[in-house]
Design a protein around this ligand. Structure first.
Ligand code: 13P
Ligand code: SF4
Length: 304
């Protein structure tokens, strides 16, 4: 059944000149039919360079919006229109405009998990894999980092030469994790390395053997000589890694590390999008794109 649906999708995507981009949190059946799977930084870079005239993004809304802004002439669909990222919606443009008044001269660095409206009033964008590099590389010393306080704290610790002010947003899925979760997982698997996403709290990050983006965590585990790993990011990564590295063992840091938003997209959504009976076309005001894309372009310039 799944194989049949996958075959029909592969055929349709050729006929429609469509490329399918999938975030690493997507299920295995979606990753198998995708032209490219990766973290949010790699997806942005791919969205700009893929030759097809149509893109289906399997992920959450800000990823599809980023693809549209980087390829405004392409038709971009979010495979499941209900899939949003709660962190991206946490802060309004009005709040950030007000906050900027208290930090005159600061460069606003926005995590890519933000709305286009927030990107339009930010100076630089970053992802979890490029945040440290970008904050180090930009000429400004004073930085207002929005909206993820945990990623902001991680960057601040890695880039002590900069003055980084942090607001108090965050990912509800990763921020739910306590150091007690990390300690319990380490106790249960004493020989395992702990790999965590920087959206986790600083006290969890402090216990980690490696901190990185979803793609960073996967690549570290694949290349490592170690045999056991505790995964401190969305639990789909545990399954992907177990599938890719059958001779190693992967354990979730907590069974609660599940992003319900990322779980919404199904293979059927991808099929329905291709036959014109599902998905949501991303339509954006060209003026908003013009303002917001500048900080994404700078992300690729400084983060590449
Ligand atoms: P990555 O940048 O690691 O892909 O993370 C995106 C995300 O939403 C993590 O929760
Ligand atoms: Fe957003 Fe967190 Fe889900 Fe990532 S895991 S999409 S940051 S809610």
């Amino acid at each position: 059944m799944i194989r049949d649906l996958q075959d029909r999708i592969l055929q349709l995507k050729k006929e429609k000149d469509c490329c399918i981009l999938a975030h690493s949190y997507m299920s295995e059946d979606i990753c198998e039919i995708a032209d490219f799977t990766g973290d949010s930084y790699a997806l942005s870079v791919k969205a700009k360079s893929m030759p097809q005239k149509m893109i289906i993004m399997c992920g959450v809304r800000f990823m599809a919006e980023t693809a549209k802004m980087l390829s405004p002439d392409k038709t971009v669909y979010l495979a499941n229109g209900a899939a949003g990222c709660p962190m991206a919606e946490q802060m309004s443009a009005e709040l950030i405009e007000e906050t900027k008044k208290y930090y005159p001269g600061y460069a606003v660095v926005a995590y890519v998990n933000t709305t286009a409206e927030l990107k339009a009033i930010s100076d630089y964008c970053c992802t979890s894999s490029s945040a440290v590099k970008i904050c180090r590389a930009i000429p400004e010393k004073d930085i207002l980092f929005i909206p993820d306080r945990n990623l902001g704290s991680y960057v601040k610790a890695q880039v002590p030469e900069k003055n980084i002010q942090i607001l108090s947003g965050g990912c509800p899925t990763h921020a739910r994790m306590e150091d007690t979760d990390a300690k319990a997982a380490k106790k249960a698997h004493p020989n395992a390395l702990l790999l965590v996403h920087p959206e986790c709290r600083p006290e969890v990050v402090a216990l980690a053997d490696y901190v990185g983006s979803t793609a960073g965590i996967m690549s570290y585990a694949e290349k490592s000589d170690a045999k056991e790993f505790i995964i401190g990011t969305e639990n789909s990564i545990v399954q992907h890694l177990q599938f890719r590295c059958p001779d190693k063992s992967f354990y979730p840091m907590s069974k609660n590390l599940v992003c319900n938003n990322m779980k919404l997209t199904t293979l059927t959504d991808v099929y329905n999008t291709l036959i014109g009976r599902g998905g949501e076309e991303i339509v954006m005001d060209p003026e908003l794109i013009r303002k917001a894309v500048k900080c994404i372009d700078r992300m690729i310039e400084y983060g590449g």
